[in-house]
Design a protein around this ligand. Structure first.
Ligand code: C2E
Ligand code: CA
Ligand code: CA
Ligand code: CA
Length: 278
């Protein structure tokens, strides 16, 4: 029977396609990286268009792989969502981001930290208490934490998500709708959810200021957000012309390579010090 088991395993291994073997290895490596806490968080500034001040940072996970180099999140978040590793991974990001932000707060920088939350995390009944516990343990005032959510989850389970979001807002944390424009937002849902902030996806920003259609779309999104009382962050701003155009349209904040790429915590802290010395 043992012999057979081995054979069975070998057969299975030989049969695995190249890509599923890669996934299998990546999953094993990700487990190790989580255990050894070798994942990293990079921070990208979110800048107020009116004052040019950094008002927040988005936490973006990075995986420095011993052989494969830096692996971007798009290559392992989906995998982690499928195999459940998103739960320990998401908990780690939330904890670490709040620890860092609590330190900035104590150093006198009033910076909001935005953490990406996947649908699977929100669906767990313990999520709200997990957030409450992290805030309590790190001492970060709730208003300095923002959770970035995507449309898919919110609108697929509207009644349930509305309830979870209400409880999160009762804690005092801020919420932002990420990648706005790429999903199926219904205006009615958007109105009923009353989220404080919305992030316009990079795909609408890249054509600014020349592309007429993008310009119309972005102005329309801004007008709609204003009537719903939502603040707007533009994502993926790469040029000064884009930044200027968004300022003219009275967008509130922007984020993108034009101001800064995502950087390590130490690099961000050095930047904050430099800015405050001026
Ligand atoms: P996202 O939430 O839409 O994050 C913005 C992405 O755009 C980031 O990619 C950022 O590095 C990139 N970006 C920022 N400014 C610019 C720009 O000016 N030009 C261009 N071309 N790109 C820009 P990144 O860091 O590779 O993250 C990709 C996605 O992975 C994120 O998209 C988010 O959906 C997900 N992700 C990252 N960290 C986490 C996490 O901790 N948890 C979860 N659940 N998802 C995460
Ligand atoms: Ca995001
Ligand atoms: Ca986004
Ligand atoms: Ca995105």
């Amino acid at each position: 029977a043992k012999e057979q088991g081995r054979k069975g395993f070998q057969f299975y291994q030989a049969d695995m396609s190249q890509s599923s073997r890669e996934r299998f290895e990546l999953e094993a490596d990700l487990r190790i990286a989580l255990e050894q806490q070798s994942l990293q968080i990079y921070y990208q500034p979110q800048v107020c268009l009116a004052s040019n001040q950094i008002v927040g940072v988005e936490a973006l996970i990075r995986w420095p792989h011993p052989e494969k180099g830096m692996i971007p999140p798009d290559r392992f978040i989906g995998l982690a969502e499928e195999n459940g590793l998103i739960h320990p991974l998401g908990a780690w990001v939330l904890r670490r981001a709040c620890e860092d932000a609590a330190r900035w707060y104590q150093q006198g920088y009033a910076l909001r930290v935005s953490v990406n939350v996947s649908a699977r995390q929100l669906n767990r009944s313990a999520f709200v208490s997990q957030v409450a516990e992290v805030l309590q343990k790190t001492g970060l005032p709730a208003k300095y934490l923002e959770l970035e959510l995507t449309e898919t989850y919110l609108f697929e389970n509207f009644t349930r998500s509305a309830r979870v979001l209400r409880r999160l807002q009762q804690l005092g944390v801020s919420l932002a709708l990420d990648d706005f424009g790429t999903g199926y937002s219904s205006l009615n849902y958007l109105r009923r959810l009353r989220l404080p902030r919305l992030k316009i996806d990079r795909s609408f920003i890249s054509g600014l200021p020349e592309n007429r259609e993008d310009l119309v779309l972005v102005s329309t999104i801004l007008a709609m957000a204003q009537s719903l009382g939502m603040k707007v962050v533009a994502e993926g701003v790469e040029t000064d012309a884009q930044r200027q155009c968004l300022a003219d349209l009275q967008c509130h904040e922007y984020q993108g390579y034009f101001y800064a790429r995502p950087e390590t915590c130490a690099e961000l802290e050095a930047r904050l010090m430099r800015l405050s010395e001026r």
